[in-house]
Structure formats: structure tokens, C-alpha cells
Design a protein around this ligand. Structure first.
Ligand code: UGA
Ligand code: MN
Length: 352
């Protein structure tokens, strides 16, 4: 086809304008913005994909710089998956913010350790949509990772919940150890550090990303004055872990694994008052697999079993379950050449 001179000029101008727009797109992708995301051109995306996978480029330009660029670009790409950052279809409850006397109800700080794995987004979707039913919460989502996963930030933003997305990698000495590891401990200690720096009152709760929570549980823990406790289902070979209550008083603990623990309870089985924590500046969770809960509760001394506030109708109800998700193998790598120009290019950012 023969093009006239003016048509050629027109074509060149259109290409130049396209390049300027593409450059602007890239420059504005350094931060997650609340703007409506714009699609990237297919050519640009292919170039980015090459950049992310080509090791020789990595070596030549400097691994760190490339990593940063790849991360920023992956944030941009993941933001394309959602039509807007806060999803108007999803609305957390505003709920009752005051008690019967018109006093503000205490804020619940929910500390959730999480880490990148095939199940992560599924677990966090379920937990997020449980928390969306709860008034007056602040969710501390803390990743065992060196960088915050953009897909997780995206999920959190979409829910409209009040949250912090923090990182706290497990120290290498524990990570490289064989046998059981102190899972979620660096994350939870980071959460405690955040509370010490930012909170003055309220109640906090360690909510692992993979458990199943009845929304009634959050009402039970809300007015904790020191430490409150309740049963946890699907825990140990006893089928549950719970305080034993006789005539309204605590007489011991029912748990398939006592192991000399003073507080043989599950992580999901207690909540703590923030002021009570702040009065104990040394309280911390030890990196001791199996003894995290006991170690933390002991570190709250002065605190004895007689001080425990029993909840869930004197521990007669199960409002949280220690569910465990089947582990999935990492997905095979998508052939991006074969599937260019398809939806799979977008979806691959959501799977691990
Ligand atoms: C329970 C307790 O919650 C853990 O604190 C304890 O380490 C563990 O028992 C144990 O005694 O071995 P469990 O359900 O067995 O946890 O373990 P996970 O659900 O795999 O991990 C607990 C939490 O830590 C989860 O929220 C998970 O996302 C997080 N986690 C797990 C990490 O942040 N990094 C990891 O490497 C593994
Ligand atoms: Mn678990």
C-alpha cells in the first residue's frame, strides 16, 4: 500500500504521541496510585517480561536496580487486574462504634502473619471478607518477606479496611534450620512493635491467615481488660484446645500437647488488652517452635492463670477453628510468548 506524504507524517506523529504516553505510564507507575489504571502496550509488557527473566541483563545492569524496577512494574501490572483500587462492590461494615452508654467501643488490632505461597491470596481473601463484617478494627498484615507483595497490598486496598501492610522476614538463623521453624514469630513481634509505637488503648489478637473465624468472636474479645481466652476447634489430636471451666472458674487446660507449658493454648485462643501490653515493655514472642504462645503469655508477667477472662459463654462455644489448607505445588511457569495477547498474561500475577 502506498501512503501519501501527509499520511506518513500523520503516522509518525501518532507513533511519537504513543511513545510519550507510554513513557508517562512507566514514570507514573513508581507508586501505587488510586487512579484508574491504564493498560500497558503489549510490546512494553513483553520487554518487561524479558527484563524480569533475563539473567544476563540482571548481571550487567545490577541486580538490585533491576529488582526494584521489576517490583515497581509488577505493582503496575497487578493494579491493572482491578478496575479500581477500592472496590465499590466491597464495603466493610461501619457498624456500631459506641456501646450502650454512647462510649467509643475499643479498637481491635488484628495481627496477621502471612507469607508468599500458592494459597496466600485465597487465605487473605477469606480473612479479609470476615473482617469486613467487624466494626472498629485495624488490621496489621505482616509478611514474612523482604518486600511487601504488591498483590497483597492490592487485595487490602480493595477491601476498604483500615490496615497496615508491614514486612518482617524470619531471621536467616531460623530460616536455614532443619526441622520445625518458628512460623509467624518475626511477623507477630513486628506487630507488637507497631502497637508500642502507635497504639495507646484497645485490644489485640493474633489471627493467623489460615484459620476460620466466626464473626461473633470479635465481639467476645472486644472488652478484654487483661487477657481473655476461649476454645479453639480442630486443634491437636484432642480436636480442640480450651481452658477447662468448672462452676464458672478456670481449673486447667485441655490440649493434646501440654509439654510443661504454663499456658497450653493455641495462638487463636486469646486476646490481650493494649494498655496491659504497654505496661509490660519486655513482653515478646520467643523463636521457640511449639512454645510461642506459652513464651509470649509468660512474658506478660505479672500475669497468672487466675487473671484470665473466660469468654464464649464460659468456654462452651467454638468461635474459631484452626483449619489448615492443603499445600499446593507452585504453578508451572507460563509460556508468555505462546500466550501473549491473552488474559493469562494478567492472571499469571495472581498465582504462585
Ligand atoms: C501454629 C502457630 O500459629 C505458629 O505460631 C506455630 O509456629 C505453629 O503452630 C507451630 O507450633 O509449629 P500452624 O497452623 O501450625 O501455626 O502454622 P502456619 O499456619 O503454617 O503458620 C502460622 C502463621 O505464620 C500463619 O499466619 C502463616 O501465614 C505464618 N507463616 C508461616 C509465616 O509468616 N512464615 C512461614 O514461613 C510460615
Ligand atoms: Mn495455621
Amino acid at each position: 500500500m502506498k501512503l501519501s506524504r501527509s499520511r506518513k507524517m500523520w503516522l509518525v506523529m501518532v507513533i511519537c504521541a504513543g511513545l510519550v504516553v507510554a513513557q508517562y505510564q512507566l514514570a507514573s507507575s513508581w507508586l501505587i496510585t488510586t487512579q484508574q489504571p491504564q493498560p500497558l502496550s503489549e510490546t512494553m509488557q513483553t520487554a518487561i517480561d524479558q527484563l524480569q527473566i533475563d539473567d544476563s541483563v540482571m548481571a550487567a545492569v545490577g541486580e538490585r536496580v533491576i529488582r526494584d524496577i521489576a517490583l515497581q512494574i509488577s505493582q503496575k501490572l497487578s493494579s491493572e487486574i482491578c478496575t479500581s483500587v477500592v472496590d465499590s462492590e466491597l464495603q466493610p461494615v461501619s457498624g456500631k462504634q459506641t456501646d450502650e452508654n454512647g462510649e467509643d467501643i475499643p479498637t481491635l488490632y488484628i495481627i496477621t502473619p502471612t507469607y508468599r505461597r500458592p494459597e496466600q491470596l485465597a487465605e487473605l481473601t477469606r480473612l479479609a471478607q470476615t473482617l469486613m463484617h467487624i466494626p472498629k478494627i485495624h488490621w496489621l498484615v505482616i509478611e514474612d518477606s523482604r518486600v511487601a507483595t504488591p498483590q497483597v497490598t492490592q487485595l487490602l486496598l480493595r477491601t476498604g479496611l483500615s490496615f497496615e501492610h508491614l514486612i518482617a522476614p524470619m531471621p536467616d538463623i531460623y530460616k536455614n534450620k532443619t526441622g520445625s521453624k518458628p512460623r509467624g514469630v518475626s511477623n507477630r513481634n513486628r506487630g507488637l512493635k507497631w502497637l508500642r509505637a502507635n497504639a495507646t488503648k484497645g485490644v489485640f489478637y493474633f489471627a493467623d491467615d489460615d484459620n476460620t473465624y466466626d464473626i461473633a468472636l470479635f465481639q467476645e474479645m472486644r472488652f478484654t481488660e487483661r487477657v481473655s481466652m476461649w476454645p479453639v476447634g480442630l486443634c491437636t489430636n484432642f480436636g480442640m484446645s480450651t481452658p477447662i471451666v468448672r462452676n464458672g472458674s478456670l481449673t486447667g487446660f485441655y490440649d493434646g500437647w501440654i509439654a510443661g507449658r504454663k499456658f497450653p493454648v493455641d495462638m487463636a485462643g486469646f486476646a490481650v488488652n493494649v494498655k496491659f501490653l504497654l505496661q509490660r515493655p519486655k513482653a515478646t514472642m520467643p523463636y521457640k517452635p511449639g512454645f510461642e504462645e506459652d513464651g509470649f503469655l509468660r512474658s506478660l508477667a505479672p500475669f497468672e492463670p487466675k487473671d484470665i477472662e473466660l469468654r464464649a459463654d464460659n468456654c462452651t462455644k467454638i468461635l474459631v477453628w484452626h483449619t489448615q489448607t492443603k499445600k499446593n505445588k507452585p504453578a508451572v511457569v507460563l509460556d508468555i510468548k505462546k500466550y501473549r495477547n491473552t488474559n493469562l498474561i494478567h492472571l499469571r500475577h495472581l498465582i504462585v
